[in-house]
Ligand binder design. Structure first.
Ligand code: RP5
Length: 162
């Protein structure tokens, strides 16, 4: 098994199902990743240590997924210079809007790249685009994915008799 290049961190085990889109893309495009749980609130030292050690372990980008008042992506970003993609998850009465704003509205100085609520697929694809900066073979994987997406639209058009 290849050394993981993407670290996926979720705030709770209850988030796992919402990350399916990330796992599917990485498995389909053969991207080595690891997944763990660390909470900015319940295991703050653990979250900080993960971020601090990630670069030395070969991780090139982190996807941090959390719901409610989602501090996790910002906390991880504060402890590493590896780019962090924040993935806000739908949870609780505000259905992810709270997580989206918590992640996107980072104070200046510690940026977190933010995708939409439940934007698992875009988080995965953005991570792969960041991997292209290290290894251009990942470009082929992105192009392969885009070609398949285009084919689906063209097939739908054909099915409509257009
Ligand atoms: C966040 O709180 C987690 O990311 C999760 O989305 C939400 C609820 O967590 P649990 O109470 O289910 O552990 O920290």
């Amino acid at each position: 098994m290849d050394r993981p290049l993407v670290g996926i961190v979720m705030g709770s085990n209850s988030d796992l199902d919402k990350l399916k889109g990330v796992f599917d893309i990485f498995n389909e495009l053969d991207v080595p990743f690891e997944v763990t749980v660390a909470s900015a609130h319940r295991t703050p030292d653990d979250a900080a240590n993960y971020a601090k050690n990630a670069r030395d372990r070969g991780i090139k980008v982190i996807i941090a997924a959390a719901g409610l008042s989602a501090a996790l992506p910002g906390v991880l970003a504060a402890h590493t210079t590896i780019p962090v993609i924040g993935l806000p998850l739908e949870a609780g009465p505000l259905k992810g809007v709270d997580a989206l704003l918590s992640i996107a509205q980072m104070p200046p100085g510690i940026p977190v790249a933010t995708v939409g609520i439940g934007g698992a697929i875009n988080a995965a694809l953005l991570a792969i685009e960041m991997l292209c900066l290290y290894d251009r073979s990942f470009e082929d994987k992105i192009c392969e994915y885009r070609d398949k997406s285009s084919e689906k639209v063209l097939k739908a058009r054909k099915d409509l008799g257009d």
